[in-house]
Design a protein around this ligand. Structure first.
Ligand SMILES: *Cc1c(COP(=O)(O)O)cnc(C)c1O
Length: 355
């Protein structure tokens, strides 16, 4: 059945083994982030835990539920800040949640007391990327308030970079995170068992020996699953980047001009397309579209093939330079970037096949 994504579990396991080992050498535990897979592949979570990841982190509660249903060990972590209305479910499903708002912490505290459990929280600080997290000056107040709430265990602090503002983790901004944690401890506000220095974009610091001492946790998705540095989009040495391969079938192959004929207005997605005249080209249409994938995130694995564009349900390839004949029913393969993988995992029409 196509379209499908073939998943190489062994390569993912290799990546996880490597990253967990290199992290441990520098005193850093790894939480495996599988949110890009939409809860579809608990097998991946299992490999990460067996590699030595100490937790599995998801952005959404239903994904976390899928991991719990699979009976995986390790801490279950909710990455996206919860809403107060989710508090009961969060406490029931997650061992740890990331937080920046007192109103939500209060709701979590109530839910934890009601359920007779302790819920751990990581307080998020914004070091300039401008997504979640309190401003550093606000942290002591939030930490003091959080530590007074019954049923909650403040585990430490964390930050998230490169997700919205594109801010690159550095010895300076992560050093600031460590300083903030030390200040909280020195002033007796809370103990920071965990200082979580971000996501895959922080890994390059560790590779270069520039990770500030004190950072003892990273939350890794991209690096584990796609073996790449999200900042420069370069593969990490010794890791596999070809862990997921997307395949789709040809539904039409015809020779057509490279320039559309007629007056050009807006295309299906509101853009006014521009084309270069390259004469007549052999074009193949695949049964795959923007509903299933981000076309810009696909890299054809066969030589002489390029992606020209896509609408909701059609992906158009130029196969003029492909060395063999192309027939209806043929299958083309692609590697995926993070966004393409995310879209594929959320498409009900894409099968995921574990090898
Ligand atoms: C998605 C996410 C991560 C993991 O990001 P990767 O780039 O996949 O490593 C870590 N922390 C938070 C808060 C996230 O939302």
């Amino acid at each position: 059945m196509y379209p499908r994504v073939e998943v190489d579990l062994q390569k993912i396991r290799h990546n996880a083994d490597q990253l967990v080992k290199r992290g441990h050498q520098q005193g850093i535990e790894i939480w495996g982030v599988t949110k890009v897979l939409s809860g579809r592949l608990p097998q991946v979570g299992k490999q990460l835990i067996e590699s030595g990841a100490t937790g599995l982190a998801e952005a959404r509660l239903d994904n976390l539920q899928q991991l719990s249903a699979a009976g995986l060990s390790g801490r279950k972590v909710l990455l996206r800040l919860p809403t107060p209305s989710q508090a009961e479910q969060v406490v029931a499903l997650a061992d740890v949640s990331l937080n920046s708002q007192l109103v939500t912490l209060k709701a979590l505290s109530e839910a934890a007391v009601q359920q007779g459990v302790q819920h751990s929280v990581l307080l998020m600080v914004d070091l300039g990327d401008l997504r979640e997290g309190v401003w550093p000056e606000e942290l002591p107040r939030l930490a003091r308030q959080a530590s007074l709430l019954p049923g909650l265990k403040p585990l430490g602090i964390g930050t998230n970079l490169t997700c919205f503002g594109g801010v690159i983790p550095s010895a300076t901004n992560l050093g600031q995170l460590v300083d903030l944690a030390r200040d909280l401890e020195a002033s007796g506000i809370m103990r920071c068992e965990i200082i979580s220095g971000g996501n895959s974009s922080s890994w390059h610091l560790l590779e270069r020996g520039q990770m500030p001492a004190g950072i003892n946790n990273l939350r890794l998705g991209d690096a584990l699953l796609l073996g790449q540095d999200p900042v420069g989009r370069v593969p990490f040495v010794g890791l596999y980047a070809d862990t997921f391969v997307l395949q789709a079938e040809v539904i039409e192959v015809l020779i057509k001009p490279s320039l559309p004929i007629g007056e050009i207005g807006r295309a299906a997605f509101g853009n006014v397309p521009h084309f270069e005249d390259r004469g007549l080209r052999r074009r193949a249409i695949l049964a795959l579209g923007r509903q299933d994938v981000e076309p810009a995130g696909l890299t054809p694995l066969q030589p002489g093939v390029s992606v020209i564009g896509a609408s909701s349900d059609h992906l158009i390839l130029d196969t003029s330079d492909f060395p063999r004949e192309v027939c209806v029913g043929d299958v083309f393969s692609f590697s995926l970037n993070y966004v393409a993988l995310l879209r594929a995992s959320t498409s009900k029409d894409v099968q995921f096949l574990v090898r």
